[in-house]
Design a protein around this ligand. Sequence first.
Ligand code: SF4
Ligand code: SF4
Length: 326
Amino acid sequence: MKRFSDSLRLLFGGAGRKPAAEDFSQAALDLHAHKRKPEETKARVAAIREELESGHHLGNKWRFRRWASIVFWNALFVVSFYFDIQLVEGSLSASRLVGFHMADLNASLQVMLAFKEVLINLAIGSITVFLLWWFFGGRTFCSWVCPYHLLSEWGEKLHLMLAAKGLVSDHAFDRRMRTVLYVVFALLAFGTGYTVFETINPVGILSRAFTYGASFALFWVGLLLLIEVFYSRRFWCRYACPVGLTYGIVGSVSPTVINYNLENCLHEGECRKVCLVPHVLDVTKKSYATGLNVSVGADCTRCGMCVDVCPTEALTFKIKGLDKLL
Ligand code: SF4
Ligand code: SF4
């Protein structure tokens, strides 16, 4: 229960904290003590050195699977529209997939707040989407479907290249800003009767642009990307997007998790360097894990990049109750 409340606190922008002594299982305490022995520390440091020199940390299996998934789902809207096959109609904000209503949860909330009534089609679409993203957990929508995520990931690569040359640096913001914006946009929808957030939501803007053609709103998406490349790494998804927060809440108690195994971990921190939301990987720091196996928190986008870079399989996809997923 404490792990769950900590996970939600981080999701809403709270600061990470080192677990209290009473939070640890005896097995975890024993393993932490074992890892602190001088000979174990020496062996671990040697293993880290070997790992970094060998280039093990450059796997891209999950990254390429995700990219394929994002391209597939977004291309499906385009192909369906241009060939009029009605496989999927609409956009990522609200659609029909072979006749089933699907609606982005945040967009549905905004519409219902603006109209001040429960719209039955949106409610049906929201339930389907809720169950889907609950099952996959965390912010799976972000990493596996959102078109902005892909552009932002490429922008991040550029940002990191420029940062390595000393040309830009990352400016962090208070992560609570996302929760504040979530409330502000909900109040705006209720107060104005208009879905204000949808006019600046890059997910909907891109999804509509791919299928129905470019609009002036693409300049806003371009501006966001410029901010992310030159000023603040992954600014929108880390600090602002209410859609990501919504899916984080929905996926907070999912059966599908990124599992952290304390025994396998060398604590070199390569995973935290690649993660969009590194606070969820605080568990990988030395002496932080309270159990031998711990699920990574709700803000995790299930991107699998930590799984790709971890050569000792300390991080893996898992369905609770089953063995390792892949
Ligand atoms: S946080 Fe928002 S923009 Fe970023 S990937 Fe998630 S839904 Fe897309
Ligand atoms: S914890 Fe791993 S899977 Fe989750 S967002 Fe970070 S890198 Fe991606």
